[in-house]
Design a protein around this ligand. Structure first.
Ligand SMILES: C[S@@+](CC[C@H](N)C(=O)[O-])C[C@H]1O[C@@H](n2cnc3c(N)ncnc32)[C@H](O)[C@@H]1O
Length: 289
C-alpha cells in the first residue's frame, strides 16, 4: 500500500535512486518530475497545500514516472515537453529532443535574416528551429520539412499548439515535397551528422530512445550535410544564407564542401561551449556582393 509522503522525503529518496542509477543531476531531475506531477494535479483541481504530505495517488504517479527515468528513458520524453529558444515544444518517442546548442543556430539565423523573404528549415524534427524562427519573425513565412512521419506529427502538433500562422510543414526528402517555384532567403538545417563509429558510442539514453534517422548519417556523418550544401544552391535567392548544424569535428571538411559548391562568406561558428557547431554560407549574387 502506498501511503501519503512529505515532498522532501519523496525527493530525497528519488534523488538517491537516480544517483545510484548514474544520473548526476539527480536532485534537479527529481524536482522536475515532482513539479510535473503537481502540475497535472493542478489541472485536475485536486488541492495540495505547501508542507502537507502528498496524497497517495500523487506518490503512485510520481513513482511511475521515476521508474521510467530509472529505466533509462529521457527525462524530456517523460515530462512530454521541452523549452527551446523562445518556444515550448511537445516531444516524445519518434522525434529528436531539441538540444540547447541548436538554439545558437536560431540566434545566428535571426542575426543574418535580411528582414523579408521566406525561410526553409530542413530536417525540422519537432519543428524546433522553424517554430522558434516563426515566433521571432512574425513577418517571415517559414517552411519545415522532415522525412519522418512521426517527427512531422510532432512538428504539426507543436505548430498548432503555438498557433503560429506563418509556419507550414511538409513530409518528404529534403526539398522534394516543396513547390518547384519556391525560393528562400534563408535555409536552416540540423541534419543527422553522427558517424557510424560515434553512433555506437552514444549514451543509451540517446541511442535506445531517439530515432536513428535523426542522428546517423553515412560517409562519416557528412552525407546529409553534403546533400544539403549541394541541393540548397538552387533553392536560395541570390545573397540567401545557408545555416547548417555540424558535428564539432566536421568544421574543416564542411567549410571545404561549401566552398566547392560555390558559396561565399563561408564561416564555421561556435556554440556556447566554444565548439564548432554551425556552418554559415551565403549564395552569391546578393546586393552586397
Ligand atoms: C538531428 S534531427 C533535428 C531535428 C530538429 N531540427 C532539431 O534541431 O531538434 C534530424 C532530423 O532530420 C530528419 N531527416 C533525416 N533524413 C532526412 C531527409 N532525407 N529529409 C528530411 N528530413 C530528414 C530526421 O527525421 C530528424 O527529424
Amino acid at each position: 500500500m502506498v501511503v501519503a509522503m512529505r515532498a522532501e522525503t519523496l525527493l530525497a529518496e528519488a534523488a538517491a535512486a537516480l544517483l545510484a542509477a548514474g544520473i548526476s543531476n539527480c536532485r534537479q531531475e527529481a524536482g522536475w518530475l515532482l513539479a510535473h506531477v503537481l502540475g497535472e494535479q493542478e489541472l485536475t483541481a485536486q488541492p495540495c497545500s505547501g508542507g502537507a504530505p502528498l496524497a497517495p495517488a500523487l506518490v503512485v504517479r510520481f513513482n511511475a514516472l521515476l521508474a521510467r527515468r530509472l529505466g533509462g528513458e529521457p527525462l524530456q520524453y517523460i515530462l512530454g515537453d521541452v523549452d527551446f529558444h523562445c518556444v515550448n515544444l511537445l516531444v516524445g518517442p519518434g522525434v529528436l529532443i531539441p538540444r540547447p546548442e541548436t538554439e545558437q543556430l536560431v540566434d545566428f539565423a535571426l542575426e543574418l535574416y535580411p528582414g523579408t523573404g521566406e525561410i526553409c528549415d530542413l530536417c525540422t524534427g519537432s519543428g524546433a528551429i522553424a517554430l522558434a524562427l516563426a515566433a521571432s519573425l512574425p513577418g517571415a513565412a517559414v517552411t519545415g520539412v522532415d522525412l519522418s512521419p512521426e517527427a512531422l506529427t510532432w512538428a504539426r502538433r507543436n505548430g498548432e499548439r503555438l498557433a503560429l500562422p506563418n509556419v507550414r510543414f511538409f513530409l518528404g526528402d529534403l526539398f522534394a515535397p516543396l513547390p518547384a517555384a519556391a525560393r528562400f532567403v534563408m535555409i536552416t538545417a540540423n541534419p543527422p551528422y553522427v558517424s557510424a563509429d560515434e553512433y555506437e558510442r552514444l549514451e543509451p539514453v540517446v541511442k535506445d530512445y531517439e530515432p536513428q534517422l535523426a542522428l546517423l548519417a553515412p560517409e562519416r556523418g557528412l552525407a546529409m550535410i553534403k546533400r544539403i550544401a549541394k541541393e540548397s544552391c538552387r533553392w536560395l535567392t541570390p545573397g540567401g544564407w545557408l545555416l547548417c548544424e555540424i558535428g564539432e569535428e566536421q568544421g574543416g571538411e564542411v567549410g571545404g564542401i561549401l566552398r566547392a559548391c560555390g558559396y561565399a562568406k563561408v564561416a564555421i561558428r561556435q556554440d556556447y561551449a566554444g565548439k564548432d557547431r554551425v556552418a554559415v554560407a551565403q549564395w552569391p549574387g546578393g546586393a552586397d556582393d
